[in-house]
Design a protein. Structure first.
Length: 477
């Protein structure tokens, strides 16, 4: 019986030894099914640089505060730098048994430098550690995405300057409304993406508080210096409340909300590119390297990059909703539910940047087809509003009556199957007897566009001013 008992004790000890995360609290290891379900290393290994950066700053602070010795810090630093090289060179073996990036790195550190590696986790928890890692990673991604948006704006502004006097129809309800310039149309998206950049920078500023040092939820009794770590890692300050620090994922939701708006704006532009490049419009030719062919129809050149950008918001909106749903019922402070934060954050950052880069590629080499744009302006009577305004300003007709009379003139042109600018004075006088020759000038497309000189209007000289202003607002500094 003694031998059996000894074997049973040895088996239990072996299982405890294999369980390197919880230590002595458990007598058995998790089932393989639970290990797979519980592990996040498949996706959070992307945080390895940030995890090591945080650990280096934390261990240096521990040394500065005499919580560990200088020699121990240097040993930890050396080991972490070796691990960073191993991972970057794809020589590191990640284990699902160790759950996440934090324990995989810590376990390897102990293998390299021995028991000193076990001191790294002094005065911190994986709860404040992971919040710090995500913020460090997301901060970099926000910088990358914001720069990509700036580059897209630059490309749009350059095209707006080139095509400041290229005429095209402006639409409401996807019906011809009034003539505008292509440059003016593109500048509308410059404004949208400018607001998007502002939201990203605002999000970055608000999230730039250091969680590390909050420990599991209540802070720590060790004499740590959180301000030192915050400065070391480029945070503006430490978080004010330890419970909020480990429970907070507002910054992730805010990022994904800002990304959702970016996706909306990109999708709207993508939809216009799809429409403009279609056979029925043929306003633009998209660059071949952002289109694809058909496996059966040799003549096809499909706007697949634009269509994928148009589709991505569904994915990005879904990521936002998934994280909001995870968080909406969680009590303070940390719950394993929060492990579900990383995949939607990572996926959103990856896809929104891809969308921006592909859009910039398309806009950078887009080829407008002016004759098709002008041809479209010959339908839909786009100078009708100019005619109504002329009747008000020059013939002193009340606007509602002018609107009614203009409608009659449009109906006359429709009956004759001709654009407004091809009507004769006699045609117009059949509806407005006191009209004179000046009214014919109002009906010309060029004159209509040139007259839109109000601030923010489409007149070509306005567009050039707007281009100059956009360069100053969005590209300088």
């Amino acid at each position: 019986m003694l031998n059996i008992d000894n074997k049973m004790k040895k088996s239990s000890l072996d299982k405890q030894k294999n369980n390197k995360i919880w230590g002595g609290r458990f007598s058995t290891s998790p089932s393989e099914l639970m290990e797979e379900f519980n592990s996040s290393i498949q996706f959070d290994q992307i945080l390895y640089i940030e995890d090591i950066e945080g650990s280096l700053a934390h261990s240096e602070m521990l040394s500065k505060q005499n919580i560990i010795s200088k020699k121990e810090f240097l040993s930890i630093k050396s080991g972490l730098e070796q691990i960073k090289k191993e991972i970057s060179n794809k020589e590191f073996n990640f284990s699902t048994k160790l759950e996440d990036i934090h324990m995989n790195i810590e376990n390897r550190l102990v293998e390299i430098i021995g028991d000193t590696g076990k001191k790294l986790h002094t005065a911190r928890s994986r709860n404040d550690q992971v919040a710090t890692d995500i913020k460090l990673w997301l901060r970099k991604k926000i910088d990358e995405i914001e720069l990509s948006l700036k580059n897209l704006q630059r490309t749009l502004i350059e095209k707006s300057e080139i095509y400041h006097d290229l005429f095209m129809p402006g639409y409401t309800h996807l019906q011809v409304g009034q003539p505008v310039t292509f440059g003016h149309h593109l500048l509308a998206y410059v404004e949208m993406f400018g607001r998007d950049r502002g939201r990203l920078l605002d999000c970055r500023k608000r999230m730039n508080e250091l969680p590390l040092g909050s420990a599991a939820l209540a802070g720590t009794s060790y004499p740590i210096d959180r301000n030192f770590v915050a400065e070391k890692l480029g945070f503006s300050k430490p978080t004010e409340n330890s419970m909020d620090a480990v429970a907070d994922r507002d910054f992730a939701i805010e990022f994904m909300s800002a990304s959702s708006l970016i996706a909306i704006h990109l999708s709207r532009l993508a939809e216009e590119l799809v429409i403009w490049s279609s056979d029925r419009f043929n306003f633009v030719k998209l660059p071949e390297n952002f289109t694809t062919g058909s496996s059966i129809m040799p003549q096809k050149r499909n706007p697949d990059a634009a269509e994928l950008i148009r589709a991505k918001p569904g994915r990005i909106f879904g990521n936002l909703l998934s994280l909001m749903t995870v968080l909406k019922g969680l009590p303070m402070t940390y719950g394993k539910d929060m492990q579900e934060d990383k995949e939607p954050i990572i996926d959103t950052a990856k896809n929104i940047k891809l969308c921006i880069l592909n859009m910039e590629g398309m806009i950078g080499n887009i080829e407008p087809i002016p004759e098709k744009m002008m041809e479209a302006l010959q339908t839909g009577f786009p100078t009708a509003t100019d005619l109504a305004d002329y009747l008000v300003k020059n013939l002193k007709i009340p606007f509602r009556e002018a609107h009614h009379l203009t409608g009659k003139i449009v109906l006359l042109a429709e009956t004759k199957m001709t654009p407004l600018e091809n009507l004769t004075l006699e045609n117009i006088q059949s509806v407005v007897p006191n009209a004179d020759l000046k009214i014919l000038e109002i009906l010309k497309i060029k004159n209509s566009i040139s007259s839109r000189i109000s601030y923010g209007g489409t007149a070509p000289k306005n567009v050039l001013k707007a281009v100059k202003n956009a360069k100053k607002r969005f590209l300088e500094g």
